[in-house]
Ligand binder design. Structure first.
Ligand code: C2O
Ligand code: CU
Length: 570
């Protein structure tokens, strides 16, 4: 090829890429508003007067530009783009005290980042418990122009699942940090796309059209999915619950799982699927059932004794009326404590062919013991006996500019005592609070063993879905009781799924591997909002010296602000 031709080829390729990928602009205002997500009027956090927040739709390669104005009266706000890795833009991760200063009332912060991978994602508040106050929405990334999904479908629906408390998050946070402890209990309702039916979702009630069920009100009527018979639909399902682990099923229809957390998985077929907070999936359904009927989609609680009715949606076969009640009752959620059912679902999730494989060994192994503890009589969650307390100055700025005393410089432990009995309540429940961080060698491969244990009460061990910022990781395996070194010979290095969230089962362990190739400071934490609030997380810092100049707005608080005022930052 002549060099001229070659150059013009390159130019046209560049032009195509430039034309195909777009910058998508959004102007948002976050504020409290009145809403009745389950037919009880409350205040919640909305965006531009909408709850849930507006759905972002983009294509892989696009740049998202969100000008976020804080219209709250007296508190800061940030938004985290859950599942987006933020390569090269760690200050756009939206984590208060970690990647940026909370945005003050009346101030605006610009989030600008690239969505590099197609998939089902969402965004949410990441300051205090603002996510539980309703600050969330969907972020859908379609394949780049000219690319195709590795499966066929005729239409798609988006289902953002959440749980909802009638008690305000202030009431919840005060209770969680009081002595004696006041537990928030189970949510009043489960929501699908921000709608649920408080006190009314019992199938029997619905069938009889009970008057307590205000199914026709606009705010809280069940979501209706209009389908044509004989087609294939993609359901995008993501959970941003505060507390509840969920299970989703559709009457008479099987589901084929094809995507998990923005990564393709080897397709497999199930009757029902577990969805933990922080996870997302795509499933395909065939509308191959009797077209003269409608069908229930139902979402119920797993892993905790439920005290919340299921959330319902209607699969409405056209041309039936959407108000025609399904002939069969909604699918029943598996027993809440049938963990074998959940483990069998998790073990079916494997990477689709063509997914990047993990490095064959890790340079470092970090074992993280999850325990419930007491600090001065207050109940906390700890990791290797340290309960996370975020510092006033965000780590990203203080680490990048080498500020002293901005956070606890101590090294958190890579392991926990070998004689710790994970099957029993802690012998010595006392713990400490700290803001120390794991500093990870840039570009190294790390294994993390998440080890569950018994909580403070006898015979209690809970589900914790762990979410990593800035990365996808490979899920190498799960096991019961205490992890032993010999278990690593069972790791799946052949086709482990890539994810950003993974569950640890009661009294069990989960092993993951990731490559620390993304300069920044990243939270790794339990996605259960009250658990994170009670300290259940750690901080990973990697390659921070490679981070480019951090926008001022991300660091104008705490010690970085002083430094900026006194002599500027380098
Ligand atoms: Cu979706 Cu740090 O969380
Ligand atoms: Cu947890």
């Amino acid at each position: 090829m002549s060099s001229l031709l070659y150059v013009s080829c390159i130019i046209s390729l560049l032009l195509q890429a430039g034309l195909a990928s777009k910058t998508r602009h959004f102007k948002w205002e976050v504020g409290y508003m009145y809403a009745s997500p389950d037919c009880e009027e409350k205040i919640l956090l909305g965006i531009n007067g909408q709850f849930p927040g507006p759905t972002i739709r983009a294509r892989a390669g696009d740049t998202i530009h969100v000008e976020l104005k804080n219209a709250l009266h007296t508190e800061g706000v940030v938004i985290h783009w859950h599942g987006i890795r933020q390569y090269g833009t760690p200050w756009a991760d939206g984590t208060a005290s970690i990647s940026q200063c909370a945005i003050n009332p009346e101030e605006t912060y610009v989030y600008r980042f690239q969505v590099d991978k197609a998939g089902t994602y969402f965004y949410h508040g990441h300051y205090g418990m603002q996510r539980a106050a309703g600050l969330y929405g969907s972020l859908i990334v379609e394949v780049a122009d000219g690319e195709e999904e590795p499966f066929h479908y005729d239409g798609e629906f988006n289902l953002l699942l959440s749980d909802w408390y009638h008690q305000s998050i202030y009431d919840q946070m005060v209770g969680l940090s009081s002595k004696p402890f006041r537990w928030i209990g189970e949510p009043q309702s489960l929501l699908i796309n921000g709608r649920g039916q408080y006190n009314c979702s019992l199938a029997a009630h619905l069938m009889e059209g009970s008057s307590t069920c205000k199914l026709t009100s606009n705010d809280c009527a069940p979501v209706v999915l209009r389908v044509l018979p004989g087609k294939t639909y993609r359901l995008r399902v993501a959970s941003t619950t505060s507390l509840s682990s969920l299970n989703l099923a559709i009457g008479n229809h099987k589901m084929m799982v094809v995507e998990a957390d923005g990564n393709y998985v080897e397709p497999f077929i199930v009757d029902d699927m577990d969805v933990y907070s922080g996870e997302s999936y795509s499933v395909l359904i065939n509308t191959d059932q009797n077209p003269s009927s409608n069908y229930w989609l139902s979402v119920g609680v797993r892993g905790r004794k439920p005290n919340t009715p299921p959330a319902l949606a209607i699969i409405n076969y056209q041309p039936n009326s959407p108000s025609k009640l399904p002939e069969s009752s909604p699918p029943v959620t598996p027993e809440w404590n049938d963990y074998n059912h959940s483990k069998s679902f998790s073990s079916k999730i494997l990477a689709r062919q063509g997914t990047p494989k993990p490095p064959s060994y890790a340079e470092r192994q970090i074992a993280l013991l999850n325990t419930q503890n007491k600090i001065n009589g207050y109940i906390k969650w700890s990791i290797n006996n340290i309960s996370l307390a975020l510092p006033p100055t965000p780590y990203l700025g203080s680490m990048r500019y080498h500020l002293k005393n901005a956070f606890d410089p101590g090294k958190p432990p890579d392991n926990f005592p070998s004689d710790y009995d994970v099957m029993k309540p802690p012998k010595n429940p006392n713990s400490t609070q700290s803001s120390n961080a794991y500093v990870i060698q840039f570009n190294s491969t790390v294994d993390v063993i998440l080890q569950n244990a018994n909580a403070l009460a006898d015979n209690v061990s809970e589900i914790h879905p762990w979410h990593l910022h800035g990365h996808d990781f490979w899920v190498l395996g799960y096991g019961d009781e205490r992890f032993e070194e010999k278990d690593s010979s069972q790791f799946n290095l052949k086709n482990p799924p890539l994810r950003n969230t993974v569950v640890i089962f009661p009294y069990g362990w989960t092993a993951i591997r990731f490559v620390a190739d993304n300069p920044g400071v990243w939270a790794f934490h339990c996605h259960i909002e009250p658990h994170l609030h009670m300290g259940m997380g750690v901080i990973f810092a990697e390659g921070v010296d490679h981070v480019r100049r951090i926008p001022k707005e991300a660091i104008t608080c705490g010690m970085t602000a002083n430094k900026l005022m006194n002599n500027g930052l380098p």
